[in-house]
Design a protein around this ligand. Structure first.
Ligand SMILES: [Zn+2]
Ligand SMILES: [Zn+2]
Length: 260
């Protein structure tokens, strides 16, 4: 299994000389199985980094429909997916609202909007999902490759501290033992109180979740739009000291190979 992260920024895309190392594109992540099968999770602006690798006719799974996770979808025109999936449904209607004049001038190509039973098989990949705390609802995804034992859990937008102990336990059961956990780390612990209920976690929540889940490696992402490279460098060092497998992926290190 190969995992490619297209963008690690949260809320909206940013750019600037102080945001070069960790990048400014919003979330999109591609999981590729050993036979080349592909699962794309979300289509934020970071999908532009993945479209050279993406083949047409694939499947896109959406965690939720906030703009930072949809905004790159029109960029897939040449590699347009066959299936677009939002587990709770209603995706066709949301996309029709966002990508239609006068908000967006070009109509999206047709696609299927299935409501699959969980888990869903995509070639040799098995995709499961789990509801997490976030305004308007959101899911985390787990992609397993039974043939190699590789697994990744993707929790882009989740407010860990808003989940009850019971909900955290259920999430831990879902994510247990994954090789790689990709987790929301929008806030510093000191920023959280002012943003309670906004739907995001701190990097220390992400570390706590990684420990509870028993994962090997943790990618921290969905960085606050204003967070600068130098600040993220400092957080990366702190997080790595707190949890051995913690990494803030830079644009150079947004690829991971698991159990090939
Ligand atoms: Zn988001
Ligand atoms: Zn969101």
């Amino acid at each position: 299994m190969k995992v490619f992260l297209g963008g690690a920024r949260g809320s909206f895309p940013v750019s600037g000389p102080d945001k070069m190392r960790y990048g400014g594109d919003t979330f999109s992540l591609l999981v590729e199985g050993r036979n080349g099968e592909q699962v794309l999770i979300d289509a934020g602006s970071g999908v532009r980094q993945l479209k050279g690798r993406l083949r047409a006719g694939g499947t896109v799974f959406f965690t939720h429909t906030h703009l930072d996770h949809l905004i790159g979808l029109p960029m897939l025109s040449k590699t347009w997916p066959r299936r677009l999936i939002l587990p709770r449904g209603g995706l066709r209607e949301v996309l029709a609202r966002v990508f239609s004049p006068p908000v967006w001038p070009v109509k999206l190509p047709d696609a299927e909007f299935p409501m699959p039973a969980e888990p869903m098989e995509v070639g040799g990949l098995r995709v499961g999902w789990h509801a997490v705390a976030h305004p308007d609802g959101c899911v985390a995804y787990r992609v397993d490759e039974p043939a190699t034992g590789a697994s990744v859990v993707v929790a882009t937008d989740v407010e860990w501290q808003m989940m009850t102990p019971r909900a955290q336990d259920a999430f831990a059961l879902f994510a247990r033992g994954a090789d790689l956990l990709v987790f929301d780390s929008q806030y510093l612990p000191a920023e959280y109180a002012a943003h309670k209920g906004w739907g995001h976690s701190t990097w220390t929540d992400a570390v706590e979740a990684a420990r509870r889940f028993g994962v090997q490696k943790l990618w921290l992402m969905h960085h606050a739009p204003g967070r600068k490279d130098a600040e993220l460098d400092a957080l990366a060092a702190e997080a790595a000291a707190a949890f051995k497998g913690a990494v803030f992926p830079t644009v150079e290190t947004m690829t991971e190979i698991l159990h090939e």
